[in-house]
Ligand binder design. Structure first.
Ligand SMILES: Nc1ncnc2c1ncn2[C@@H]1O[C@H](COP(=O)(O)OP(=O)(O)OP(=O)(O)O)[C@@H](O)[C@H]1O
Ligand SMILES: [Mg+2]
Length: 303
């Protein structure tokens, strides 16, 4: 675990050491992995169209950087590591002009790792690398009701989740919800705006807690009424209060369910229940869960 953490801290450093040939080799291995568990040296050489000695030298470097595993340990061939896949997603986002530079890791969630990054124009953004199904399967199952195919590997699940998060954030932004703005997604990565603030679970001092709760309920209502989705994992851990204006943003959407999903009513109830009770317990805001629930489902005004 420690080794892995050290590797990830170095993501930007590793990225900057790679040449065009290194990236082509990583791409070739990824391609081969679509149909084979291990990719042979022959296959890589054929795809990258470079002299064998250069390919082998590059593979040695990629292995030392822990982007590839297999060579020397296994006669079967190569595989990409987590880090190799992360690098490919980031590389694609840089090539598309979405990202300019990869910065420090800012967090590790149950199902993701987040990096600060710079977009063109100096804008600070977040690159969220999804890791669905890598950790506890039980917790995945609890918070990811949409995952109907547990036989999919973590990478396939994470790609689906990244696309889902991007699309949900796009719909929600269009509907005027307070959520991070999505910029792009690639493979298992999604790029979103950075919210300079403090997570609600840290219990920030709020000058107007009712307003913060209304922000959250308003976003959940827009999600339900306008975008037709239910967050499905709402709690004080997935709300960030902006340090600039105390507006409350709802983050972490890949597990959302469509409102006609059989679990939607119970998830909506659970989401609203958690957040209303949290504001009641910590900030003394009085609002019944039933009233909040009927409001987010499209009922009349709350105040
Ligand atoms: N747009 C953002 N701006 C600033 N910080 C963010 C943003 N998105 C996420 N974070 C930080 O990263 C943490 C994890 O993000 P997120 O909840 O999206 O991922 P997760 O893998 O589901 O994490 P968890 O399992 O903790 O819920 C958040 O608690 C927050 O501290
Ligand atoms: Mg979260």
């Amino acid at each position: 675990m420690t080794v892995r953490v050290l590797q990830l801290v170095k993501l930007g450093v590793v990225y900057r050491q790679l040449t065009t040939l290194d990236f082509s080799i990583l791409n070739a291995i990824e391609k081969g992995m679509a149909s084979h568990e291990y990719v042979s040296l022959d296959y890589v050489e054929r795809l990258v169209n470079a002299p064998a000695t250069r390919v082998e030298r590059s593979l040695e470097k990629l292995r030392n950087l822990k982007l590839v595993k297999g060579w020397g340990e296994s006669y079967r061939g190569f595989r990409l590591t987590y880090l190799g896949l992360d690098i490919l997603a980031l590389r694609a986002l840089v090539k598309e002009g979405v990202l300019e530079a990869i910065g420090d890791k800012i967090g590790v969630g149950k199902e993701s790792e987040l990096y600060r990054a710079r977009a063109p124009g100096g804008l600070l953004v977040i690159a969220k690398l999804l890791r669905i199904g890598c950790r506890s399967f039980r917790s995945t199952k609890r918070t990811r009701p949409f995952v109907k195919t547990p036989q999919l590997n973590w990478y396939a699940q994470s790609k689906i989740a990244a696309e889902r998060e991007y699309k949900a954030l796009l719909e929600l932004s269009k509907a005027g919800g307070l959520v991070p703005r999505p910029y792009a997604w690639n493979r298992h990565a999604v790029v979103i705006s950075y919210i300079n603030g403090i997570e609600l679970y840290r219990r920030p001092k709020l000058s107007d807690p009712e307003k913060a709760l209304m922000d959250v309920l308003e976003t959940i209502r827009k999600a339900y009424v306008d975008a037709g989705i239910v967050h499905g994992d709402l709690s004080e851990y997935n709300v960030i209060v902006s340090a600039e204006n105390e507006r409350a943003y709802v983050i972490d959407w890949p597990q959302y369910v469509e409102k006609d999903h059989p679990s939607a009513p119970s998830l909506l109830k659970r989401d609203v229940g958690y957040i209303v009770r949290f504001f009641n317990k910590i900030y003394g805001v009085h609002l019944s869960v039933d009233r909040a629930l009927s409001y987010v489902a499209g009922g009349g005004e709350l105040q």
